[in-house]
Design a binder for this molecule. Structure first.
Ligand SMILES: [Zn+2]
Length: 392
């Protein structure tokens, strides 16, 4: 198809009359489309005096573009009112066409800061902010009726010192943030969850080991199965063993190299690292027992996406481990055993499902970046709007 004026300008019903090749490029164009009265839709019109609109338009390469549009003022014979004709792709009273506004907003969305954009385009940063806000609102409106996700990840993250924490609801199937709500207690989330449509669609909810979230999920998503987040379970086990090691050997536990070796997975150690660790553990049999126990428990809990028959022997072994922990002489091990027992169903489900809150944690990183790029948010609604538009 040959290029015509409309496809060059990316606006319908325009005919280029004159084009000045300089920077910024000046394009004079005439409107060739139909004209209707904006009040009564009538086409019975009488042409009155001409007028000119000088507006910004999308760039040609690196060069800025000014569009000079000529139109007419009309008198409507239907309703007797005067009006200035409208141009498609250019809203009334605006000094820039929609393609140009989209270009600026997309650049800002892709990470170019307001100040740079303002310098490049000659707009004010407040204008860019206003345009971008409208861009995000429109983007969110497209997702307004999105149904509640089937696999939901719930986790908290820090918002501001004044407002405290916020809770993220993440669609783990499609890797996007479904919603962000201020607060993390049941009372704070109550009003949002009570109004949430299609709650019955949610089949799996992934949470960390927080009993308040468990209560919320049980109450609001009765058909969903709760799955503990693998990372948090592993970290809890690792943390407990590490604390005990610090009690047993306060001197060597300050050695950062050794600390790093003990924290890692045994199968990921280099041969010389394994040798170093082996030498230390041989000299300290109590610590070796703890270390082996942690590694075995990690190994037991790590697999994901197993079928029910593969889970059965693991469940038996897991229950035996919990019993072992509860009978241990150290109080912190007993506490760990009690916690694992209280969450045994949710932890056992980790073997069946492969999704975990790693996706949610990843989005938390991105949210922190968004917050830093904006030098912090005061208004939670603005923050939520930006997070939802960017984390999808
Ligand atoms: Zn009219």
């Amino acid at each position: 198809m040959p290029l015509n004026d409309e496809s060059i300008l990316n606006l319908p019903f325009l005919h280029i009359r004159k084009c000045e090749d300089r920077n910024p490029v000046l394009i004079e164009a005439d409107y060739t489309g139909p004209v209707r009265c904006p009040h009564c839709e009538s086409v019975q019109l009488r042409k009155k005096c001409p007028f000119v609109r000088r507006v910004r338009h999308e760039s040609i390469g690196e060069r800025l573009v000014w569009l000079i549009l000529r139109g007419y003022k009309y008198l409507c014979r239907g309703c007797g009112r005067y009006f200035r004709q409208r141009f498609e792709g250019l809203l009334p009273y605006q000094c820039a066409t929609e393609p140009f506004r989209n270009e600026v907003c997309q650049d800002h969305h892709d990470g170019i800061c307001q100040r740079q954009l303002a310098r490049r385009t000659g707009l004010g940063s407040a204008t860019i902010e206003r345009w971008y806000h409208r861009f995000l609102t429109r983007k969110m409106a497209e997702r307004k009726n999105a149904p509640c996700p089937r696999v939901l990840g719930i986790d908290e993250h820090f918002f501001t010192r004044k407002d405290g924490y916020a809770t993220t609801f993440c669609d783990l199937q499609h890797h996007r943030v479904y919603h962000v709500v201020l607060g993390r207690s049941e009372a704070a989330l109550e009003s949002y969850l009570a109004k949430l449509p299609d709650k019955h669609r949610v089949r799996v909810v992934c949470i960390d080991l927080s009993s308040s979230y468990r209560e919320i999920v049980r109450r609001h998503f009765p058909r969903a199965q709760i799955v503990a987040d693998r990372f948090h379970v592993m970290r809890l086990i690792g943390h407990t063993i590490h604390q005990l090691w610090r009690q047993l050997d306060p001197v060597q536990s300050r050695n950062r190299g050794l600390r790093s070796l003990l924290r890692r997975r045994a199968d990921r150690l280099e041969p010389d690292q394994a040798q170093n660790l082996g030498r230390y553990l041989q000299a300290h049999p109590a610590i070796e027992a703890l270390y082996c126990f942690k590694q075995e428990l990690w190994e037991l809990l790590r697999p994901a996406g197993l079928n029910p028959s593969a889970c059965r022997p693991r469940i038996r072994e897991f229950l035996a481990r919990i019993q072992q922990l509860k009978e241990a002489p150290m109080s912190s091990l007993v506490t760990l055993g009690q916690t694992l027992e209280a969450w045994q169903d949710e932890i056992a489900r980790m073997w069946r499902f492969s999704r975990n809150n790693g996706i949610t944690e990843g989005f938390h990183n991105k949210m922190e970046m968004i917050s830093r790029r904006a030098f912090g948010f005061k208004n939670f609604d603005n923050y939520r709007l930006r997070v939802r538009a960017c984390c999808c």
